[in-house]
Write a protein that binds this ligand. Structure first.
Ligand SMILES: *[C@@H]1O[C@H](CO)[C@@H](O)[C@H](O)[C@H]1NC(C)=O
Length: 181
């Protein structure tokens, strides 16, 4: 099950959100009984700017190490065998060959495509305080769990169903069970 409850998933009104870390980015249940849910037409943010703390929530697209080595894809076991298979750690967003920090290391890292170097840290700048707000409104980062904009229709133009109602589609993402919305 990909869905992990979070206190900050922002299920307001009928805005497109991604409470379950779905690969399609922000989505919503639609008001069309025939279409249960659909992704929304929200652009991805161009760059992941920076990391906070040790970058466990980094979802950007840096794909090389601090010494310039190309990262190995997380879904491959070559040249280095490893335990961080994406399907075993669905909440870690082990996408493509991007630097990630699934094991609470000091900074994001990756396995490298260099047979001599198993893994290496990535050089991703730390956020200054003005950049600390993790939420985005005009685009989404990573899979869009932190998107908090006001798009309320799907990519094909169907209005979204409100998160706090269960028609036309019944669903588990009930806003009231979360502390912050
Ligand atoms: C979508 O949101 C806008 C405000 O952002 C609102 O005016 C409009 O009524 C909403 N549409 C639907 C179908 O909820």
């Amino acid at each position: 099950l990909l869905w992990t409850p979070s206190p900050t998933n922002g299920l307001e009104l009928n805005y497109c959100r991604n409470p379950d870390g779905d690969r399609i980015g922000p989505w919503c249940y639609t008001t069309d009984p025939e279409r249960r849910y659909e992704s929304c037409n929200i652009p991805q943010c161009k760059d992941e700017v920076c990391i906070t703390c040790n970058g466990e929530d980094y979802r950007g697209q840096v794909d090389h190490t601090e010494s310039g080595k190309e990262c190995q894809r997380w879904d491959q076991q070559f040249p280095h065998q490893h335990i961080y298979q994406p399907e075993k750690y669905p909440d870690k967003s082990l996408d493509d060959n991007y630097c990630r920090n699934p094991d609470a290391s000091p900074v994001p890292w990756c396995y490298t495509t260099d047979t001599e170097t198993e893994r290496e840290s990535c050089d991703i700048s730390k956020c200054t305080s003005v950049e600390m707000n993790p939420f985005t409104t005009n685009c989404f980062r990573g899979r869009g769990e932190d998107y908090r904009g006001k798009v309320n229709e799907t990519a094909s133009g169907i209005p979204c169903q409100r998160w706090d109602v269960q028609v036309p589609h019944r669903h588990p993402f009930i806003p009231n069970i979360y502390e912050c919305k």
